[in-house]
Design a protein around this ligand. Structure first.
Ligand code: NAP
Length: 246
């Protein structure tokens, strides 16, 4: 029996790495995209292969259309027709008020989180519609509905757009046999918080979360894996919030 072939962008570290490991355990062959951390990508790729499935890692900036095509082409050449896509790559920029954000940060955040997701969705839409089957999961954020005041309004706005693209694309691709959903994580313990200049953020914010803790990457991966699986065969156009009640 052929295995599902799933592309995971930003698959080397954090939530993406947990998704790769979980999909490997579920029997997917995995194409792991990464931006720059080759060591993390190779380490996750090794763990995926050790689970008994195939894995190819590809350096690909999701905001670059040529890179996105190379990622999809490599996945198809090395693993076979792509049946799954997890749009996980994301950046926030430094925490702060919108008034203090630089134009460069604003543009990069929209470029990676929204344009990157659109470029990957566009290519997946072409390939999966031709195949007559497929599933896409976009990694949004609880910030899309909270707004991110004082922290990252630009990031929250980009993620809200990801929710809308999920809804619209699910309606476009439903007749082609392709499902499109999103997972909106809450606060999850990854390096993302260090990158935005606040490594202690998950521990500090835990008391304000109804479940009183940050989430683990594996808890997000479980939701992604379910949405990709045949168990979710009648689920499309939904945003599944995995945020500890926040
Ligand atoms: P992370 O630990 O900082 O990892 C980010 C990943 O994205 C890395 O693998 C990185 O690649 C990749 N990446 C960044 N820019 C990229 C680009 N231009 N092209 C391709 N890949 C790129 O972050 P995370 O916490 O796992 O976040 C994963 C997703 O969850 C993001 O979409 C984020 O917005 C979302 N999210 C996270 C949280 C949270 O609290 N952590 C909450 C809500 C939503 P390299 O490894 O090569 O650098």
């Amino acid at each position: 029996m052929t295995r599902p072939v799933t592309i995971v962008t930003g698959g080397g570290r954090g939530i993406g790495a947990a998704v790769c490991r979980r999909l490997a355990a579920d029997g997917h062959d995995v194409a792991l995209g990464y931006a720059g951390d080759r060591e993390a990508a190779e380490s996750t790729a090794r763990a995926v292969r050790e689970a008994g499935v195939r894995c190819v890692s590809v350096r690909a900036d999701v905001s670059d259309a040529a890179d996105v095509d190379r990622l999809f082409d490599t996945a198809a050449d090395r693993l076979g027709p792509v049946t799954g896509l997890v749009n996980n790559a994301g950046v926030t920029g430094p925490l702060g008020r919108l008034a203090d954000a630089s134009e460069g940060v604003l543009r990069r955040v929209v470029d990676v989180n929204l344009v990157g997701c659109l470029l990957c969705c566009r290519r997946a839409a072409r390939d999966m519609a031709a195949l007559g089957t497929g599933a896409i999961v976009n990694v949004s954020s609880g910030a899309a509905t909270l707004g991110g005041p004082g922290e990252y309004v630009h990031y929250a706005a980009a993620k809200a757009a990801v929710d809308t693209l999920t809804l619209g694309l699910s309606k476009e691709l439903g007749p082609d046999g392709v499902r499109v959903n999103a997972v909106a994580p809450g606060l999850v313990d990854t390096d993302l918080h260090t990158a935005m200049g606040d490594p202690g953020r998950p521990a500090r914010m835990a008391p304000s979360i109804p479940l009183r803790r940050a989430g683990e990457p594996g808890e997000i991966a479980a939701a992604v894996a379910w949405l990709l699986s045949p168990e979710a065969s009648y689920t499309t156009g939904t945003v599944l919030r995995v945020a500890g009640g926040r």
